[in-house]
Design a protein around this ligand. Structure first.
Ligand SMILES: Nc1ncnc2c1ncn2[C@@H]1O[C@H](COP(=O)(O)OP(=O)(O)OP(=O)(O)O)[C@@H](O)[C@H]1O
Length: 244
């Protein structure tokens, strides 16, 4: 029988996670479509990073399953196919932008052109010869992203990539995410700022370790009758509380 790829890049089924004896994720189930930009949204501490860690395979899970590109999350063949950028930009301060990206490019046998393309994709070509310690916080974030992009991952998991960026840079980064998705990359992007939700084709809304809803921004507006996504999210929480 011919093997057919599923249309979902990520399938999460009944995921329970405990951290230091605290139940952090409660039976989370969700699907992320290939080539989508899925926003993982919810208040600070609701479990977004823990869910992302479960998707990239760095989180010990208590029960349930996470499948990425039809393989168990964290399995060896996924290493070059899944990129992960954590909240804290992790680049070498004593290396230039180009050397930082080249270091990761070498792991995946990427050419000079591939390295230049990753630097260009985050708008850092003019700074390619600058050392890490001469960059602003936002620039370091973008170089971290270039280090993940250089592997040309099929799934890119980004933990609050726009935190601390000015509005112009935020818009610029979202445009770059849209271009990546248009080229077929699946992006999972966390944020606790609801006004970023409109850049996403799908939303996973979380609260206190539970998935409240899995819908598009327009579906969220229709379901709650609110035009502002911030208000819509609050209305959803109120509905949940009154139903409980
Ligand atoms: N290393 C850890 N040990 C124990 N508990 C942790 C650890 N890291 C996080 N937690 C707890 O797990 C819960 C979820 O944290 P997580 O970092 O996943 O949330 P988040 O939604 O990503 O938050 P933020 O938006 O602030 O980054 C929180 O209650 C937090 O206190």
């Amino acid at each position: 029988m011919a093997h057919t790829e599923s249309t979902d890049a990520v399938v999460i089924d009944g995921l329970d996670v405990r951290r230091s004896n605290k139940q952090v994720l409660h039976s989370v189930s969700a699907r992320v479509g290939r080539g989508s930009i899925t926003g993982l949204l919810g208040p600070s501490g609701c479990g977004k990073s823990t869910l992302m860690r479960s998707i990239v395979g760095t989180q010990i899970v208590q029960s349930g399953s996470v499948t990425v590109l039809d393989l168990p999350a964290g399995s060896a063949p996924l290493r070059s196919r899944v990129g992960y950028v954590t909240q804290a930009p992790s680049i070498y301060s004593d290396l230039t932008v180009r050397d930082n990206v080249s270091y990761f490019g070498a792991l995946y046998k990427k050419s000079k052109a591939g390295i230049a393309a990753a630097i260009d994709a985050v708008g850092m070509t003019d700074h390619a010869n600058h050392r890490g310690d001469a960059l602003s916080g936002g620039q370091r974030t973008r170089v971290s992203l270039a280090c993940a992009l250089v592997a040309e991952p099929e799934v890119l998991v980004l933990d609050e990539p726009t935190v601390g960026l000015d509005p112009v840079l935020r818009v610029d980064l979202w445009e770059r995410f849209a271009a990546l998705a248009a080229a077929g990359t699946t992006l999972i992007v966390s944020s606790h700022v609801m006004d970023e939700a409109d850049h996403c084709s799908a939303l996973l809304l979380m609260r206190e370790g539970r998935l409240l809803a899995d819908l598009s921004p327009d579906e969220l507006r229709t379901r709650t009758g609110e035009t502002s996504l911030e208000k819509a999210f609050l209305a959803l929480i109120r509905d949940e509380e009154s139903a409980a």
